[in-house]
Design a protein around this ligand. Structure first.
Ligand code: PMP
Length: 363
């Protein structure tokens, strides 16, 4: 540690993102990206803007706010934009949690505690139930803001909007932040509820269902007062946070409604196919409504599966957290990618002496 580092950062443990290998070509099922390219016209919109990279982007983000608001028939004044939803979360945490702290589930998106450490925010965790579900009743006694990923990160387990409403109504003086990074893969968004409840913020990303992880675009929805406060933080930090190319790519992508539906439907059906196949192979899984599965097998623990799959050119994610260390998290790719993953998993299980692995035949 240098003698210059701020004391409060001495113990900062940065978030460790999934691998993004630049050398070898893997089947990449480790960071929940879309296997599909951006919609038609998205790349062209970005290229056109490239010619004007000498100019700053629109700091108000007006066209993108309008497009994002339009998804849920909200007003642009209900929206704030982020350089990825990670940045939205940072603005929200900075704006509203600094003096109150926050509570979130023990198994969830690992970025929340990191952000808390960076910003000096106290946090508490509530254990998920044994089946990895969130019981909203567990949060009733907490007076500090609540942050829930829905579907939840790492597990994919989903809460319907009635449960979110129950959480909101437990205490109208308490803020509820719902991180909907994975909502488009079968869940119903709570975004329309921001018109009804002034203690709700809904965060979404274009990184997953809209194939724009590399563009870094996220947005959040809230009542106008909260959205204006988030905007004030955004503009105090980086008013040009969405670059010119990404801004236009994102607008075009939101307009490509049919392609979005096509891609999310494909992911849902490949998820079902993969889950059924893995079940037949003896895997256990959470009930995921997102673009990944959290799966474990008694013949090989999560760490071993991760390494052996990597040796076979397939990247999945393994977390060492106690409650999920036996599992691997597998992003849903194309049917072809999932078949390769299934085949490799079957061979690894056979190597581990699991007879059903060796006998396993593709559907
Ligand atoms: N929230 C959750 C629950 C996530 O899993 C992710 C992806 N790692 C994010 C937010 C951040 O996504 P992005 O910054 O790419 O929008």
């Amino acid at each position: 540690m240098s003698r210059f580092l701020s004391k409060d950062l001495a113990c900062l443990e940065p978030y460790v993102p999934g691998e993004q290998p630049q050398d070898k070509r893997y089947i990449k099922l480790n960071t929940n990206e879309s296997p599909f390219p951006p919609a038609e016209g998205v790349a062209e919109s970005a290229y056109l803007q490239a010619e004007q990279l000498n100019l700053y982007s629109d700091p108000s983000g007006a066209p993108l706010k309008k497009a994002a608001a339009g998804i849920y028939s909200l007003s642009p004044e209900n929206v704030s934009l982020g350089n990825g939803s990670d940045e939205n979360l940072a603005h929200i945490f900075r704006a509203f949690l600094k003096d109150k702290g926050v509570v979130f589930p023990d198994v969830t998106y690992g970025f929340y505690p990191v952000l808390c450490s960076l910003l000096g925010i106290e946090y508490k965790t509530v254990p998920l139930r044994a089946d990895f579900t969130v019981d909203v009743g567990d949060y009733a006694s907490f007076g500090c803001p609540v942050c829930i990923a829905n579907p939840n990160a790492q597990t994919g387990v989903y809460l319907p909007p009635q449960k979110i409403e129950e959480l909101i109504l437990q205490n109208r003086q308490r803020l509820v932040i719902i991180d909907e990074a994975y909502i488009d893969f079968g869940g119903q968004s709570a975004a329309p509820l921001v018109e009804k409840y002034d203690n709700l913020i809904v965060v979404q990303t274009m990184s997953k269902s809209r194939s724009l992880a590399g563009a870094r675009v996220g947005f959040c929805f809230a009542c106008k007062e909260l959205a204006a406060e988030i905007e004030a933080v955004r503009c105090s930090f980086n008013p040009y946070n969405i670059n010119r190319m990404s801004m236009f790519a994102a607008v075009k992508s939101i307009q490509a409604e049919n392609y979005f539906r096509e891609c999310t439907e494909k992911i849902k059906s490949v998820r079902e196919y993969t889950a059924n196949t893995l079940k037949n192979m003896g895997f256990e899984m959470t009930d995921s409504l997102s673009n990944f599965l959290l799966a474990k097998h008694r013949a090989a623990d999560g760490g071993k599966l991760y390494l052996k799959l990597k040796e076979r050119g397939i990247l999945v994610r393994h977390f060492s957290d106690e409650r999920i260390k036996d599992y691997v998290r597998v992003t849903i790719g194309t049917k072809e990618q999932m078949d390769k993953f299934i085949e490799a998993a079957g061979l690894i299980l056979a190597e581990e002496g699991y007879a059903d692995g060796r006998n396993f035949k593709k559907n």
